[in-house]
Design a protein around this ligand. Structure first.
Ligand code: FNR
Length: 213
């Protein structure tokens, strides 16, 4: 089974440095045999989470679409910009809506639980947005995602790409790709392990990995 990676960027900016870095990390995932799906959160236009809106109208269509995309993938590859030491409100809002249950459905957190995630970040600053990764790790772990240790923070990112969006430094390019590749290896092992266990009759009940065909 091909390991399916959902690639999400916390910045919807047209010339986002994080989106460029994400695309390079995703190349590492496909080189490792995975299938990468790219989405832009701009295309989902979610309202800011509002409990009254949820009670009255249920989840917005865009939140349901994101939840469905999550269900169709084994792992998340996330690029996060750093905003004031944290990650972006755009990404937090999407995760918050996705964590909510559909009406009469199971806990929304179940959709994340047991899946793998890998993080990259890019910033013009010297730390490459590293702090945003630390804060994001806490949220993802709370959701039950397994954040792999392989990660990359690209510092001075405004000078790092050429006009075609490629990283000028081959070492940085290799490090970014390795994050995607490592995610496929981890999630792939998990997927195969799940299938083997299923064949052996060890697993019973629902599992998030079953949502992926
Ligand atoms: C920033 N930026 C920033 N950078 C950083 O290294 N640490 C930080 O705490 C912040 N804080 C911050 C707050 C806000 C509100 C903005 C708009 C920006 C700079 C940020 O890293 C830079 O704009 C990146 O280029 C944003 O990522 P994208 O859009 O290029 O992917």
């Amino acid at each position: 089974m091909q390991t399916k990676i959902l690639c999400v960027c916390g910045s919807s900016r047209r010339d986002s440095l994080n989106q460029k870095l994400l695309e390079i990390a995703a190349l590492g995932a496909t080189q490792e045999g995975g299938a990468a799906t790219h989405i832009r959160l701009r295309d989902f236009q979610l309202p800011i989470y509002d409990g009254d809106m949820e009670t009255t109208h249920g989840l917005p269509r865009q939140a349901l679409e994101l939840k469905e995309l999550l269900a169709q993938h084994h792992a998340l590859l996330i690029a996060t910009p750093e905003y004031n030491g944290g990650y972006s409100g755009l990404l937090k809002n999407a995760l918050d809506w996705m964590s909510r249950p559909t009406q009469g459905g199971p806990s929304g957190v179940q959709g994340f639980s047991g899946k793998f995630a890998a993080l990259v970040s890019a910033s013009p600053g010297a730390l490459g947005g590293l702090r945003s990764q630390i804060v994001l790790q806490m949220t993802l772990s709370k959701l039950g995602l397994l954040v792999i240790p392989d990660a990359f923070a690209l510092s001075r990112a405004h000078e790092a790409f050429d006009e075609w969006g490629q990283l000028k430094d081959p070492a940085a390019d290799q490090l970014a790709r390795e994050v995607g590749a490592a995610l496929v290896r981890r999630a792939g092992t998990s997927t195969n392990g799940f299938r083997q266990a299923s064949h052996d009759g060890i697993h019973s009940g629902e599992s998030p990995t079953r949502a992926v065909n």
